[in-house]
Design a protein around this ligand. Structure first.
Ligand code: ZN
Length: 113
């Protein structure tokens, strides 16, 4: 089972939309982190250090997702979209419908790769 050009276009559109949404999310997020940088007391400082750690983790997760989306879009342009990065087989639409930036097929994902 291979994806048709129309189907790839559809996923590509979905990825572009996700990308826009994610970019806005990253912007909002990083703005919010900057605002929290004025420190008053030591106790608050500790709280904020932990908070900043959490924020950084979220930031990193958002950016990771962004790079996966970029990679998927790259694949779509190169005509390799929807192929498993590990075994090279088609990733099922079932998976792509939920996670259009998927890099692995279901079987490989289950192997924990
Ligand atoms: Zn695979």
């Amino acid at each position: 089972m291979s994806l048709t050009k129309e189907e790839i276009k559809k996923y590509e559109q979905k990825l572009e939309e996700e990308r826009e949404k994610l970019l806005r999310e990253i912007q909002d997020h990083e703005k919010a982190v900057d605002l929290g940088n004025d420190i008053d007391s030591e106790e608050e400082e500790a709280d904020e250090a932990e908070e900043t750690g959490n924020q950084l983790a979220i930031s990193r997760a958002l950016r990771d997702r962004l790079s996966e989306i970029d990679e998927a879009l790259e694949s779509a342009r190169g005509g390799r979209y929807g192929l498993c990065k590990n075994c090279g087989k088609d990733i099922s639409k079932e998976v792509l419908n939920i996670v259009p930036e998927s890099r692995l097929c279901k079987a490989c994902k289950q192997k924990g790769l």
